[in-house]
Design a binder for this molecule. Structure first.
Ligand code: ZN
Length: 185
């Protein structure tokens, strides 16, 4: 009993004396929380018009910033969306209720020039994940494991400067499908 009590006392003393940093930060946090100085207004999703609107106010000096205080850019957009229940990047899983066919493919929305989709077969999880690539030029792809067909639906901005990301205007690498006779497509 004596041993136990003294061990606790030593542990307490060590915790208090050997970590002045810890003590200070706890005290500081408590004070700040009480004071809550005039907090800068956080723009809501509707108020975001330009890139500059996606820069957070930052944390008050001496405090640890929260995500909403320090996040910028797309991360900030995503957080603002979540706060209002808007799924900015459409993170829902793909339609797994049926097998995609060439006539009726599984649609994959994309805001960029290319999109990856992970196929696990039909029914879902019947094979290991196989990553398939779709591009705006070649939107349809077919899983080599199960034959599921996916098609990319471009939902990004209408006018994109294609050359800005492709300075040498490189062509997409050829695949076996480039050599399939048109009548077999
Ligand atoms: Zn598959």
């Amino acid at each position: 009993m004596f041993l136990q009590r003294s061990a606790v006392a030593v542990a307490r003393r060590v915790a208090v004396t050997s970590s002045p940093m810890l003590r200070r930060s706890i005290a500081t946090t408590a004070v700040r929380r009480d004071a809550v100085p005039d907090q800068p207004k956080i723009k809501t999703l509707k108020e975001i018009k330009t890139d500059e609107d996606l820069i957070g106010p930052g944390a008050a000096p001496g405090t640890v910033p929260t995500d909403i205080e320090q996040a910028t850019g797309l991360e900030r957009l995503e957080i603002l969306g979540k706060m209002e229940g808007v799924d900015v990047f459409d993170m829902r899983p793909l339609d797994a209720s049926r097998r995609g066919t060439l006539e009726d493919p599984i649609m994959v929305r994309s805001a960029g020039e290319e999109q990856y989709a992970g196929c696990t077969g039909f029914p879902a999880d019947s094979h290991n994940v196989l990553w398939l690539t779709m591009t705006r030029e070649r939107p349809v792809t077919r899983c080599t494991e199960c034959g599921n067909v996916y098609k990319m639906e471009y939902v990004g901005p209408e006018h994109v400067d294609h050359h800005s990301h492709n300075p040498h205007n490189l062509e997409a690498p050829k695949t076996i499908s480039d050599y399939v006779k048109p009548e077999y497509r």
